[in-house]
Design a protein around this ligand. Structure first.
Ligand SMILES: [Zn+2]
Length: 269
């Protein structure tokens, strides 16, 4: 794990300005008069003269085009997505139904995925969040992007950050927002979605208890539930996903980008 972190740090430092990686965020400096940015047909988050554009983890490396929206229309802006090799992670799940669900469960999973996808594509036109916090303190037990092999079978890459903590540990809202989904999901267990505006959505999974309701307005740091082991898990932890313009991106990248800019807002004294 330590070796991986070192490699990953080297890799991140090798991504040049004007580049992004699959599952990362592209930071675009906006020209004067820009009113917004679109990528893949969806608006991106704009703050402090920059757009933060989420890049899907399944994106093929190469030249991509975002569009800068201005008074005179849309201007194309090209940038490079460079390859990133995420490590493989092999897990053993004792409950076989969580690896190969029966037909009835597959139907449930399809319905749930559609609801979650719709939520990730929500774009509320409210001011972008000021800063972001990690929702629970604990040891990272699985990084974003790990190529998952469950009981020997390849599955989708890991779409969030797993933070191991004891059952009952309070989980805090990463930023101000509105609760859009609370419910029990097949793989994700007890789940909460928070809409932070401008396409930034966070998801909190495997909760032991949910302490909020759909429609609640939360302040950053408010407790939304407790760490648990519901859904597909190997032990109690929080699975935390962060989505930008419809794509799940690395929560660690988002934390550093948003907080770096929030710090830059503070006037030097
Ligand atoms: Zn996870």
């Amino acid at each position: 794990m330590i070796k991986w972190i070192i490699l990953s740090a080297l890799f991140v430092s090798s991504v040049a300005w004007g580049q992004a990686v699959p599952g990362g965020v592209y930071r675009l400096a906006l020209p004067d008069g820009a009113q917004g940015v679109e990528y893949d047909g969806r608006p991106a988050l704009v703050r402090n003269g920059f757009a933060l554009v989420g890049i899907g983890i399944n994106t093929q490396p190469g030249t991509k085009t975002a569009y800068i929206l201005g008074a005179e229309g849309r201007a194309p802006h090209t940038f490079e997505v460079v390859a990133k090799q995420y490590p493989e992670q092999r897990l053993t799940i004792e409950n076989k139904k969580m690896v190969n669900p029966d037909p009835e469960s597959l139907e449930r999973i399809r319905t749930e995925s559609a609801r979650m996808r719709a939520e990730y594509q929500r774009f509320s036109r409210v001011p972008a969040v000021g800063s972001m916090i990690k929702p629970v303190e604990g040891v990272t037990s699985s990084q974003f992007g790990f190529r998952r092999v469950l009981n020997g079978e390849p599955r989708s890459p890991h779409s969030g950050l797993d933070i191991a903590a004891n059952t009952g540990t309070p989980v805090q809202a990463a930023a101000d927002g509105v609760v859009r989904i609370t419910g029990n999901y097949y793989f994700n267990g007890n789940t909460v979605f928070i809409d932070h505006g401008q396409g930034l959505v966070t998801m909190y999974c495997h909760l032991h208890e949910i302490h909020v309701a759909e429609g609640d307005t939360l302040k950053q740091g408010e407790v939304l539930g407790l760490v648990g082991a519901t859904g597909r898990v190997t032990g109690p932890h929080l699975h935390w996903s962060v989505s930008m313009n419809g794509y799940r991106v690395d929560p660690v990248t988002v934390l550093s980008l948003i907080n770096e800019e929030a710090a830059a807002d503070v006037p030097a004294s």
